[in-house]
Design a protein around this ligand. Structure first.
Ligand SMILES: [Fe+2]
Ligand SMILES: [Fe+2]
Length: 296
C-alpha cells in the first residue's frame, strides 16, 4: 500500500481523537532550555521541580540500575549533575512519555509496551556505539519512542487492533503488515501524525515513520536502521507485544545500511552480541518497574 495513502488514513484516525495525550508542558520547556547555550543545571532543576510527577520519576530513574549510581542520590539537583546535561534531555523526554500514556488502558498491557520500548532504546544505544554513530543519546530516545503509534492503536482502536492481533496469533505474519492490510494504515504512520502534533524534531518523526523500512528514510537512514535492527534483535530475543519476528541478518536492509557506514560490523560475532543484549534485559525490566512504582 502507498505510504501517502496510509499517512492520510492515519491523519483521519488521529484527528478524530479529542483526548489524545499531551506531552507535559514542562518537558517541552526543558527541551528548549537545554538547547540554549550556557544553560545551568540549576535552571533546569528549578524548571523540573515545578512538575512533581516528573521529579519523582527522574529520581526513580536515576537510582535504577540503568544509570548505576554508586550510592543513592536523593536530590534532584545532584541527580541532574550526575546525569549531565545531555542525559537530562533523554530522561525528561522518556519520563514525559510515560506520563502521557500511563493512565490509559488498552488492548495490550502498557508495562509490556514500555519494556519493549526501553529495551529497544538500550539496544539502539549499544548498536550506535558499536558502529560509531556519534549521538548515542539520540539513538536511545529514537528507540524508546519508535512504536508510539502502537499505543494509539491499543488505546483508541481497541476492537480493530484486537482483531489484528488475533489474526496473526501463531502465524508467520508481521504485525506491521497485518495492520496495513486490515486497518489501511500502520503504527508507523499513526505515530508520525502523533509526533508531528507534538512538534517532535523531524529526525524522530522519521524514525517513527520508517523504522520498519529504513531504506526509505532520507534525513537519517542510519538512525532508522539502528532502531530497526535493535527492534528485531530485541523482539526476537525477548519480548514484543504480538506478531511474528524472524529475520536473516545479512538480508536485512538495515544491516546493509549499517555495514556501509561501519564495515567492521561484518566481523561482528552475532551470537556473542545477542548474549550481550540478554545481559541488558533484566536492567530494562527493573527500570520500567521502578518508573511505574514511582506513582504509588
Ligand atoms: Fe514498530
Ligand atoms: Fe518495535
Amino acid at each position: 500500500m502507498d505510504k501517502i495513502e496510509m499517512i492520510a488514513k492515519a491523519e483521519q484516525l488521529v484527528a478524530k481523537i479529542d483526548d489524545l495525550p499531551t506531552i507535559p508542558a514542562v518537558a517541552t520547556q526543558v527541551l528548549h532550555l537545554l538547547d540554549q547555550p550556557d544553560v545551568q543545571v540549576e535552571q533546569v532543576a528549578d524548571l523540573m521541580l515545578s512538575d512533581q510527577v516528573m521529579t519523582a520519576r527522574v529520581m526513580k530513574m536515576i537510582n535504577s540500575p540503568v544509570y548505576k549510581p554508586s550510592h543513592q542520590i536523593s536530590s534532584l539537583k545532584r541527580a541532574l549533575v550526575y546525569l549531565g546535561l545531555r542525559h537530562i534531555r533523554e530522561v525528561a523526554l522518556t519520563t514525559s512519555f510515560i506520563s502521557a500514556f500511563d493512565e490509559t488502558s488498552g488492548t495490550f498491557e502498557i508495562g509490556t509496551f514500555w519494556e519493549h520500548s526501553f529495551g529497544v532504546g538500550m539496544v539502539s544505544k549499544i548498536i550506535a556505539e558499536k558502529i560509531g554513530y556519534l549521538d548515542l543519546e539520540r539513538a536511545y530516545i529514537a528507540g524508546v519512542i519508535h512504536d508510539i503509534g502502537e499505543v494509539f492503536l491499543s488505546n483508541y482502536l481497541r476492537d480493530e487492533f484486537q482483531q489484528v492481533l488475533d489474526s496473526i496469533k501463531d502465524k508467520p505474519i508481521k504485525l506491521v503488515e497485518a495492520e496495513a492490510l486490515q486497518l489501511g494504515t500502520t503504527h508507523c504512520e499513526i505515530g508520525l501524525c502523533m509526533a508531528r502534533k507534538w512538534n517532535f524534531p523531524e529526525v524522530y518523526c522519521e524514525v517513527i515513520a520508517y523504522h520498519h523500512s529504513p531504506a526509505e528514510a532520507t534525513i537519517d537512514p542510519v538512525l532508522c536502521a539502528i532502531v530497526n535492527l535493535a527492534d528485531l534483535f530485541y523482539s526476537v530475543r525477548e519480548l514484543n507485544y504480538g506478531g511474528w519476528v524472524s529475520f536473516n541478518l545479512v538480508e536485512e536492509p538495515s544491516w546493509k545500511i549499517l555495514k556501509s557506514m561501519s564495515p567492521s560490523l561484518g566481523q561482528l560475532d552475532v551470537e556473542r552480541f545477542c548474549y550481550e543484549l540478554d545481559d541488558a534485559i533484566p536492567d530494562v525490566k527493573t527500570l520500567v518497574r521502578s518508573i511505574f512504582n514511582s506513582q504509588e
